[in-house]
Design a protein around this ligand. Sequence first.
Ligand code: HAM
Length: 419
Amino acid sequence: MAKLRTIKGTHDILPWDIYKWQRVEKVLKEVFDAYTCKEVRTPVFEQTSLFARGVGEFSDIVSKEMYTFQDKGGDNLTLRPELTASVARSFIQHNYQQASPLHKLWYFGPLFRQERPQAGRQRQFHQYGIEFLGSTFPEADAEVIEIAAEIYTKLGLKNWELHINSIGSVEARKIYMEVLKKELKDHKAELCETCQARYDGNILRLFDCKNSACGDIMRDHAPSILDHLSDEDTLHFEELKALLTASGIDFFVDHTLVRGLDYYTRTTFEIKGTALGAQDALCGGGRYDDLISDLDGPQTPAVGFAAGVERLIMAMDAESLFDEDQSFVDLYIAPMDIHCLKGISPIVHNLRKKAFRVHMELMRRSVKAMMRDANRQKARWVAVIGEQELESGNIKLKNMKKNEQIECKILDIETIING
Ligand code: HAM
């Protein structure tokens, strides 16, 4: 019989790697708190129509990557491939706008896309993200981008760069798409099959094609969308750039950055990991002023981003940003024999109550084997306790880093290991 394994493109996050995730999550929470964002949690599956309508039928996500199924009641459901549409659904369903005109939200969770797995590309992956719902102004875009950048800065990541663009509001983009169609008309037959379908379906998707022939045609013949923005769109983009500059955030303007989801209006941006391989997008986002109204909610301007956690951890590993020597055990208690377990129990309990991380032997091993284990676990301190120690109230505490032993009273353990 075949061995039971994880499904292709999905991974266990192993107990010896989890500290990396916890480090990232701690910093995320600090940054989100500093910007007074509130967390929102939505279900991992939703009605399929939410994503079909929200993300767009010509996007790769909806056309080829969704895990869609019918449940026993015959409902058509999809494992969420992204979270922006879910947040918009939640906003509409619970009338967020009645509670406040502006919501600054963050999320963290698993997503599912049936893509071809490769380094940095999985079928179940995790994103953290931000959605600001309610503001039309460029300072909201700037703050969202600032949060994305602040996270990398705070984690110490160096090899990344920010790319920004504006794809204008719907009206301006409609005009641009007509211009694009005209410019590319004579080259339609040279495009790949997918792009020929995109030419009629959503011509902007042509910018996403990885085919080199399509890339050449776009480079040689596609006009810049930035030359076709309305005055308001241009002003919005200029103000955003000025705000980013004022915050000391470097960026590149890339007029081909249209992003692969259909809901964007005006600002689009991506942060690329410059030391990552083919899957170099660490984070992507932009403004989506029409998504909520397209899903039958009130007209609500919004802007946000989402970032891949696995890719971030890969990028941090590449820059050796995790402390491999980190200790997870403050005190390792090694009982000399099982008769003293009852005497040790209140000591352990008291320390754990005070939030010390205390490991208590559960394998009845020899003192030598326990010392080896304490080393493996990178315990900061070890106390070997037997009947005699319990009777006298005096023990020997070993500082594992300094390889030094000190004698102290059981009552003083707390003060000593705290230092
Ligand atoms: P996205 O560009 O599809 O945008 O995904 C955002 C990030 O998720 C990517 O930059 C990448 O780091 C990570 N990611 C995407 N697919 C995979 C995968 N198969 N394996 C590993 N990581 C992956 C969105 O999802 C939008 N909802 C972003 C947004 C929020 N726009 C506005 N608000």
